[in-house]
Design a binder for this molecule. Sequence first.
Ligand SMILES: [Zn+2]
Ligand SMILES: [Zn+2]
Length: 786
Amino acid sequence: MAFVTGSALQRQRIVVQGIVQGVGFRPFVYAQALRHSLSGFVLNDSLGVTIEIEGSSTALARFQRALREEPPPLARIDSVVIEQVQLRHESTFIIAHSQAANERQALISPDTATCNDCLQELFDPIDRRYQYPFINCTSCGPRFTIVQDVPYDRAKTTMRPFPMCPTCQAEYENPLNRRFHAQPNACPVCGPHVRLLHWTHDDLPNSTSNPITTTVQQLAEGSILAMKGLGGYHLACDALNVEAVQRLRQRKHREAKPFALMVPNLETARKLCAVSDAEAELLLSHRRPIVLLKQRSDRKSPLAPSVAPAYDTLGIMLPYTPLHHILLRSFAEVLPQDRLPVLVMTSGNLSDEPIAYRDDDAQERLMTIADGMLTSNRDIHMRCDDSVMRVSAGGPQFLRRSRGYAPEPIALSFDLPLPLLACGGHLKNTFCLGKGHQAFVSHHIGDLENLETLTSFKEGITHFQNLFDIYPQAIIYDLHPEYLATKYALDTDIPQKIGVQHHHAHIASVLAEHKLIGPVIGVAADGTGYGTDGAVWGCEIMVADLLDFERTAHLRYVPLPGGEQAVRQPWRMAAAYLAQAYGDAFLKLDIPFVKRLDRSKWHVLSQMMTRSLNSPLTSSMGRLFDAVAALLGLPEGVAQTALLYEGQAAIELEVHATRAALTEIPAYPFSIEGQSPAIMDVSPLIRAVVHDIQQGVAVPHIASRFHRSIAELLAVACDAMRKQTGLNVVALSGGVFQNQLLLEQLRVRLEAMAFQVYVNRRVPPNDGGISLGQIAVGAARLRTIV
Ligand SMILES: [Zn+2]
Ligand SMILES: [Zn+2]
């Protein structure tokens, strides 16, 4: 080969960092080197990818442009460092052997949906992988969920038991093949297989029949089947089959929470929901989250009503594994032509338990729910739930950040002074390990309320430490002494321990992901967070930076009658708010809530409150939403008893408010008094709501006006803070901002007042985002000590 093109020869060493291993980066570099007639080598090492490249300066410039502009789809380049080195006058370009090194900084990519090239092969009858449920390449397939150890290599994944056949091996070794070093590479000859297990039918399906064909026939006949996915088992059934969906609900003990759905394509999603361009982009992205979409109001839904009772939205995802693609396509084929192919795809667990992912455990736990199980002989190493997102307040927002996103790190604007571990919160827990300028927020762990979830939390931490070579020298925890994550932190032998207030962590999560330093005006609207005064906080306006915060305003305290019980029974909060607004006279109010109130129960509670027994004070915004919902008789059927799941009352209140779709409507009255902290008092609002109920104003109207009022209350509080501090930037976070209507109204109101508004985009506003905020605060505190 000749390399002389007229200009002088040069040789450069290029170090590329980011997600550049296991994503087809070296073959890409190889192909570009051949294209531009360059010599040298490329290799994987502990830092990422190192390239030495030699040729004319024009060719080198073209090569660098390709590196910048056309990297493989799954690559994420964080940095490129180029230096000039001595010419070597080689004649070829090679892919050199990887260099082992002591520091493991190469990143593991998240699991990725089947790419278009693989899809084409999957449905090409003459392809050797026709209808093979484990087809993948360097641009797609499982990653995080199958990796057992680093460096990322087949022998350290759950693909180890499947030695490649000669044809697969040849693809794997050919730098110009798209399966070059694709660690999960497999085919029907050498790779894993699915099989269908049945335990309720006597007529076991003939073992020679195609398990997927049998599966879709049974789904079409109304069976419930457990199905092994990327990060765990799903429970699947025909979403149009009223009886099957109802049976799934009963067996799963999931009485009201909506089920996620899988549809074959965007067109089918559009038959059920209105899908904006931004939502379509999320649905189609290679990360394939569940996307919350608004149901179409112009036609009657064909879905079984119990898919998402009392909801106007649906959680929809598109197929993301080859198995899903085959299933959905075959399912459509066995259904009558006019029937939409929609599968319920809910996580494989009983309510509140973590999702099943080990085969024997899945079989044991799901036997009572499913009629059978479509499983495979490829193990899942890491449990990983589906991510849940929606488009809100002008951009994508997470409700759960997990499969497809974890363990991709979030870049910080500063270097952490030490390797750190943040333990997160209690509900929707994630943890976060940090080193350098990177924060590795974990997959969704779940509610740390039982041994199984706690085990999964501990195992997850060990796995992340090993994968990313982060051995924390300081640990960060929530101030709540009873949280299992906090107890874990206090029990470890990591020497430095740093407690961070819950809502400070929420606001810091917004600062960290937007690379802000602060101070800002932080608005934390939340359910529960342990306050520095021991009260249960949850509506805090603060002036905050990463180091510290000052609580400048909060919702007026009201007792939580019976503590935790009051979270599950919103009627207790309604009564507590009425007692605050009217005193004992509230018992004479002529409204349905008071007439139905169990007076003897209330009498016990009010005595407890008087004696300050088991009635901690709270400024929780979540509890205020619960109270107003209960006053309005929501959630229907359980307003005077107990919620069926966390957040149910507030969610139904939002659904009703959205239905009213009122735009020009005055806020209910409220007051903000005092300073440091100012007290936001909603007693006038409660009295106005009661008045509206007495006047027979419709529930959606009151719900809508209530949302509008809370947005106004928070905006006015921010404005008062701006007058005192001169700060003009507002950060919004906390679980209550999962309420899209409130978030949107508040954002619009604040922007109209010329505030600069930031919300969570890269981690959820709920407690799933706490760990990122904790890392950022921990680092700021350490910098003042170290
Ligand atoms: Zn592919
Ligand atoms: Zn093979």
